[in-house]
Write a protein that binds this ligand. Sequence first.
Ligand code: ATP
Ligand code: MG
Length: 138
Amino acid sequence: MSNRTLAIIKPDGVRKNVVGKIIAQITEAGFTVKGMKLMRMSKESAQAFYEVHKERPFYGELVDFMISGPVVPIALEKENAVADFRKLIGATDPAQAESGTIRKLYAGSKAENAVHGSDSDENAALEISHFFSRNELL
Ligand code: ATP
Ligand code: MG
């Protein structure tokens, strides 16, 4: 799975109606969509997805934000997918993100930052299976 990563267009990105623009930027950067859906996360699913941040002060706020509206999880494929996707989205805080990155273009704040990207090959595999069953993936 080292050529795969999980993206999520977060609720703020869906609310701003920039799902199409974000997907276009992702595919223009050379990623192929292997799975995609528009859905609402349950509280339990969001808590489990961000389990690693359970002890962080922003955990409750993060979970509430992720269930505040629909999200678009996308399984992506490209050589060097994890690192290349994190470069494409930019820093967690849009104020620190390089110009032209998805977060610089569409994120409003560190908390509401438009997109998620997996941070390792191991997490990419776990995160893809969090959202997609095998028959939902190409
Ligand atoms: P993501 O995991 O969503 O791709 P990231 O890897 O850049 O983002 P993490 O450190 O994993 O950043 O934080 C996960 C998410 O938690 C961030 O994307 C953001 O939505 C939220 N977050 C991180 N730091 C803060 C903070 N200080 N205050 C509020 N929310 C935060
Ligand atoms: Mg992260």
